[in-house]
Design a protein around this ligand. Structure first.
Ligand SMILES: Nc1ncnc2c1ncn2[C@@H]1O[C@H](COP(=O)(O)OS(=O)(=O)O)[C@@H](OP(=O)(O)O)[C@H]1O
Ligand SMILES: Nc1ncnc2c1ncn2[C@@H]1O[C@H](COP(=O)(O)OP(=O)(O)O)[C@@H](O)[C@H]1O
Length: 645
């Protein structure tokens, strides 16, 4: 898939051990050099040095994590041996990575002109590839790049790429096989033959977790003599994100369940291929265990060596749509013809079968229940995804079909002959699993394998022991500080929680010292409070906060921040009417605001957006401080954050 003219004559296809890959390149699995037809497309060291030197006169683009993931897929050869951003965002019906940049921002970044070259860099400024721009095409203003103020809107860059190194991933080096390395591994295991298209290994895509039903599906495939490679899309994952690591640990734990010995009923059905493999009498390609070297760094493939199934982390973007069971017809794709790479293979994708794959392999569920957390968000299992958000079924179906085609193409590039996307029928609903984790109740093996349950319960404590943020919001004088102080006392009296109080007034004397009361400063102030609260809750503590926090958007941001850190979030609206607050006027501020001495005073001359998402609402004009705090405590007990009386 060359996006522009003829490929650069200096480009050569290198094995992953090529020095051009440099210290941040692919670690290079020994198996990769054994298999031939290497796909990794990086330039050689001389050309890399030349490009690096020339890039001093070029503009640079710092790619977002999602853009970097797309670039990595192109450089590992997942879309063919001549990587580039094509003029269309689909080739032969298969979506391909695109690069969209904003324009018209201030200061205005220069949109690279056709004929120029751009250095594509990661967040640390490391040059990953050179893009020789062939054309620029106006792009819709949603998506990767936003339209600039008064600018012409985002543009899509089209052009040929010269890869210098692969993006660096410090996490799970042993699970990050390039298509080349996976093919070599599959050949070494005898799962595919030396000829392209020989053998039948299937891709099982895991955008979320794998549960008992998914494990059953993989074992069913195995019983039919098929081999399975679990491909986990982890593009854009932050290696410092505990949720990403939890997901990978859970997937490895699920593979333990896949590898568990066959039950007699299963064993009688097992194909010869599987039986011979289990007895160690496989064909010429049978995998041989290397002599362990205690000082050797883990290499790609190590983590799943000797297993019946494999897990590979793929730099594709995980999709929330693919953690939710869908119509079966959109989930299984048998790739017709020989497994190959490039757009040619993509052309065979999308031939989804209805109601199964013809081999009796169950396809993802029809029960409409959600499954586990959205990709990488296993610590936030208590949160439904966009509750109440209307779903456009037409758009969703189109997106699913696009994703299915993309995944089938990638599976093919990785040397696999079939592609299953989405969870299996009977995978637990997201809410089902979340409520079990919230309560600390046992997770039945029918829902998720005990190995996976053990990982989840280790990482996600029950609500009773989970970190928490309670945020009081309301007008000045509404009673936030009074109630927050009383709540802290009640919690400390009860014991069992370590509590931090972040009062609005007090925070402004240190954390937010110097900030004013315009919208930007208020948002910064509340965001800072949210950041600290998230750290406290993420570490298992309890933060009680009492800022006015007048804007819904930043309150929602704080909720998301706390949950992403693994804590619970409870919003308490202190809904005391402004007349009552003003009548109290403990600090004389309302009088000053009415007299115009204090400008932009909340409730008088500045807005307060009434929360639509409060978990508890109290009106201190009607309730005593003790009664109000009792309401909050009742909610905390009912929701499981505190032990019942
Ligand atoms: N213009 C204006 N508007 C509102 N409040 C004002 C203003 N100027 C000063 N104060 C005092 O600042 C306290 C509110 O600070 P917060 O940090 O809670 O406000 S915000 O969340 O950033 O909007 C608030 O304290 P509380 O009465 O405890 O709410 C006031 O004492
Ligand atoms: N039922 C009530 N709940 C809370 N505060 C009350 C109540 N009735 C009177 N007040 C008084 O109202 C004032 C509220 O002030 P404060 O708690 O500092 O509010 P805020 O932090 O929202 O500005 C305090 O002087 C408090 O004694």
């Amino acid at each position: 898939m060359s996006a522009t003219s003829a490929p650069n004559p200096d480009r050569h296809v290198v094995s992953p051990t090529d020095p051009a890959a440099g210290s941040t390149g692919s670690a290079g699995h020994p198996a990769a050099s054994a298999g031939g037809d290497p796909l990794l497309t990086l330039v050689g060291p001389a050309r890399a040095a030349e490009l690096t030197s020339a890039s001093r006169d070029w503009s640079s683009l710092t790619l977002t994590p999602a853009q970097l993931a797309g670039l990595e897929l192109l450089l590992v050869g997942a879309y063919g041996p001549h990587p580039g951003y094509p003029a269309q965002d689909e080739v032969a019906g298969v979506p391909v990575p695109t690069l969209i940049v904003p324009t018209g921002l201030d200061p205005t970044p220069q949109v690279p002109a056709p004929g120029s070259s751009v250095a594509l860099r990661d967040a640390e400024g490391v040059m990953i590839a050179a893009l020789h721009v062939g054309a620029t095409i106006p792009a819709p203003s949603t998506g990767q790049g936003g339209a600039g103020q008064g600018g012409a809107g985002p543009v899509r860059l089209v052009g040929e790429l010269e890869g210098i190194r692969l993006p660096h991933h410090p996490d799970h080096p042993d699970l990050r096989l390039t298509p080349d390395q996976l093919r070599a591994e599959l050949r070494a295991r005898g799962w595919i033959g030396p000829q392209v298209g020989e053998g039948a290994a299937w891709a099982v895509w895991a955008d979320g977790l794998l549960h008992t039903a998914d494990v059953g599906r993989i074992r069913a495939l195995t019983r039919q003599g098929k081999r399975c490679v679990v491909l986990a899309p982890v593009g854009g994952a932050d290696p410092a994100d505990a949720r990403h690591h939890l997901r990978v640990r859970c997937l490895l734990a699920a593979l333990d369940a896949v590898d568990a010995p066959l039950r007699p009923s299963e064993a009688t059905l097992a194909s010869e291929a599987v039986a011979s493999d289990a007895l160690g009498t496989g064909g010429s390609g049978r995998h041989r265990e290397p002599t362990p070297d205690p000082y050797r760094r883990p290499a790609p493939g190590d983590a799943t060596r000797g297993r019946r199934s494999l897990l590979v982390l793929v730099p594709a973007l995980p999709s929330p749509l693919l953690v939710t069971p869908r119509e079966p017809g959109l989930s299984a794709t048998v790739l017709s013809g020989p497994a190959s790479t490039g757009a040619a293979a993509g052309a065979t994708a999308g031939a989804a079968t209805a109601g199964g794959n013809g081999d009796g392999v169950p396809t993802p569920g029809q029960d409409g229940a959600g499954v586990d957390a959205e990709p990488g968000a296993a610590r936030d299992l208590g949160t439904p995804v966009n509750p109440g958000t209307p779903v456009d079924l037409g758009l969703e179906a189109a997106e699913l079909s696009r994703l299915t085609a993309e995944r089938a193409q990638l599976a093919s590039a990785y040397g696999l002959t079939g592609s299953l996307t989405g969870p299996a029928i009977g995978a637990p609903g997201r809410d089902e699993l979340a409520s079990l984790l919230d309560s600390g109740g046992p997770i039945p093996a029918e829902l998720t394998p005990p190995t996976v349950a053990a990982e989840l319960t280790r990482a996600v404590p029950p609500r009773l022991r989970r970190g928490l943020t309670v945020l009081f919001t309301g007008l000045s004088g509404s009673g936030k500080s009074t109630l927050a102080g009383l709540l802290v006392c009640r919690l400390l009296e009860e014991g069992g929680r370590r509590v931090t109080l972040l009062d609005g007034d007090v925070v402004r004397t240190h954390l937010s010292k110097g900030l004013g009361f315009d919208r930007a400063d208020r948002d910064t102030n509340v965001r800072r409070i949210g950041f600290v609260a998230a750290q406290v809750a993420g570490a298992g503590g309890t933060a009680v906060c009492a800022p006015i926090a007048p804007y819904a958007e930043v309150r929602a941001e704080v909720r998301a921040m706390v949950r992403a850190a693994g804590g619970g979030f409870v919003l308490v609206h202190v809904a005391t009417p402004v007349e009552v607050c003003e009548a109290r006027d403990r600090k004389g501020l309302y009088a000053k605001a009415r007299a115009g001495v204090i400008p932009a005073f909340t409730g008088v001359s500045d807005p307060y957006e009434v929360p639509q998402d409060a978990d508890v609402t109290v009106d201190t004009a009607r309730l005593s401080p003790e009664e109000s705090v009792d309401r909050v405590l009742d909610h905390l007990r009912l929701a499981g954050w505190l032990a019942a009386d």
